[in-house]
Every structure is written in C-alpha cells, then in structure tokens.
Design a protein around this ligand. Sequence first.
Ligand code: ATP
Ligand code: MG
Length: 389
Amino acid sequence: MLTRRKVIVCAGPGGVGKTTTSAALALRAARLGRKTLVMTVDPARRLATSMGIGTALDEETRLENASVYAGAPVARGELWALMLDTKRTFDRLIERHSPNPEIRERILKHPFYGQLSTALAGSQEYMAMEKLYELWSRKSYDLLVIDTPPTEHALDFLDAPRRMEDFFDSQALKLILRSTRTMGKLGASLFRVNALILKGVGRFVGAEVFLAILDFLEAMTALSAGFAERSRRVAELLRSDEVGFVVVSSPENSSVKEARALLDRLRAERMSIDAFLLNRVRPVYFGAVGTAEEVESVVLDRFHQEEALRIFPQDLVQVTAKELAQAVTRYGNLAHHDVRVVRELASAFGNALPLVAVPYFGRDLHDIDALREFEQRLARAAAHEQAPT
Ligand SMILES: Nc1ncnc2c1ncn2[C@@H]1O[C@H](COP(=O)(O)OP(=O)(O)OP(=O)(O)O)[C@@H](O)[C@H]1O
Ligand SMILES: [Mg+2]
C-alpha cells in the first residue's frame, strides 16, 4: 500500500488514533523512499510541535529531524507535514468558483461568511476533501496521507460534499430565494418583506438579520454548480485505484461497531480498503487471569516468599495484595476483551481484508521517536499479518 498508492485516507471513529496512524504511515513511506505529505487536522499540540507545524497553518513543512531518516531502507524519501486551515481553504474555494469578482467580494466580505466558513456543520470534512483534491491535482508528492477530522460519526467525511451539494440544491433554499426575488429587489421591498418576516422568523432573529442571510445565500447559490462539479470529482478520485483507505478503530465495542459500519459504507461506495487497523490493543501480560481472590492469594504467597512480612506490617501487605489483585484482574479482563475482538475481526475478515493490531503503548505518542516506535510496531504487525504463523 505504502509503495503503490498515491493517496491513503485514514478514517475511523473519534479518538482511536487516526492522526497518530497517519503520521506513522507517512513516516514509514518516507523511509521507504517516497516523497510523502501527511495532512493532519487538529493534531495534538505536542505532536504538531514535534513535526514542526505547531503554529504553521496551511504551510507545507519538510521534516528535517534526523531520526525521521536515520537508517532508512531507501535514502531519498522526504517527509512533509501540513496542518489544514479550513478557513483559507474555503476562501480559495470561493475565489475559484465565483463567476465574477463582484460576487466573490460580496461573499468574502459578507459578515456571515466568516462564521459560515468556520462553523458550518461538516465544513471541516468538506475542506479536508477539498484540500486533498487540490494537493492531488498539483502532483508534487509521491504519496498523500490524509488524516480525517474528529467527527461524531465516522461517515461524516463521506457525506460532507453531498451535504454541501444538497444544501445548495434544497427546495427550501430555492423557495426562499424565489419568493424574495418575486417580491422585488431586496432593498426596494424591504418594508413588505419586513412585515412578512416579523410575523414569522422575525420574532426570533430580527428581520434585518434574516434579510442579510438571504442576501448572502443568494450570492452563494451562484457558486453551487462549481461546488457540485467539484464534489463529483472528489468522489471519483476517492473511488480510483490511486486511493486506499485505512480504517482505524480501538477495541472498544462502540468503536468497532462504528468502524465496521464505515467499512460497509466504503465497500458500498466501491472504495478500496487496504487495511483495518486495530489500535491500542491491550497486551495480555499474565496469561489466564482468575478471580480477584485467586490473584490475591498468588500475590500474598509471593509476598510471603519474599519475606515481605518481616519488613512490612501484616495489614499493609494484605491491603496491597488486595488492591494489586483487583488492578490485575481488571486489566486482565480488558486485555482478554481485546483478544476476543482481534479474534472475532480476524475470522470475520478472513483473507478479504488485512487486520493489523497495534498494541497500547501505555503513554501518549507525541514525538518523532514515539512515532518511529509506532511505525515499527505497525510494520511488524503487518508482516505478521501477511505471513501468519
Ligand atoms: N497505540 C497507542 N498507545 C498509546 N497511546 C496511543 C496509541 N495510539 C494513539 N495514542 C494516543 O491516543 C490519543 C489519541 O490519538 P489520535 O489523536 O491519533 O486519535 P484520533 O483518532 O486522531 O483522535 P480525533 O478523532 O480526536 O482526531 C493521543 O494522545 C495519542 O498519543
Ligand atoms: Mg485526529
């Protein structure tokens, strides 16, 4: 995947490691000799800083950190990082699609525009896809690794372009605009419109605000053909064999459920899925874990062997053994849950989809060395996946 694809999209539920995975995959591709750009959305501040993009919105930055390239199998790779600036991407989109400078200015200078471009539901997802298309068209990288924004629902980024299109296409919007037009030029018939609105929405938002919104929407509809065409092309790109998806999930039941729904959706949309990455899998350290009582007696035995009782008071040893036993049992149950999830997914996927399990590291992964470690675990897990023993 890392040597063949031109675009890799990391998608999945919130908080499972999409950003970390994107960075680690890009790092590996760069070490395999490809000029790679990772586009992240909202990375953890410390990760962004260690990648050299702490404050640089919308700037493609080359990582010079020596440990990125040290001992790389192929020397000529490059790792670049970019933090998406949704506002600036939106500005460029408006500039590109405006039929004339007058409409462009009317939109960009409109007081609602500032709010819309940052706050419109789904605008982040839409902008991520827009930026992907822009970078892909430029063809200055061998590989683009795309991190998707944290969303309530993993499917949001797929639906964002369509939502934008639907909005411009909606009957409600057309109706509103048509009725205001038949009432004459907005300014001229302000009085009549005012009277109408005061009876309805005016009570909530005020007639002037409402008219300003209408004015803005009318200017925006001039762009709708461009938007629609663009989202068709993005969808086409996502379906092409240049693009592969990596679905990331944690072993939490709710995450797995959401990630599998995303898989089904991607398949239905005829998009290529290269791997299912199960991240933060808690390793089993203790073999079969018994009940808290059984573990407690093992711990107590151990304390007796070590003659802990000669040094520490009896009740302290007993309390410690109890607490330790509870912690071990609780962890053991979680680790066994994760093992079950790995088994279930492996049997559900069979040979149809590579399942790559990456362990929980017990600490956050916010610097290049931690990313290297993640990248190596990823590579090892993937090699194991290909040649299961
Ligand atoms: N295998 C791992 N072991 C331990 N910590 C991890 C692991 N993978 C990721 N993390 C940590 O988990 C946190 C969330 O990871 P990340 O930001 O990559 O998730 P995300 O899916 O991008 O989240 P969001 O949906 O909010 O964008 C980070 O602090 C990261 O360092
Ligand atoms: Mg993220």
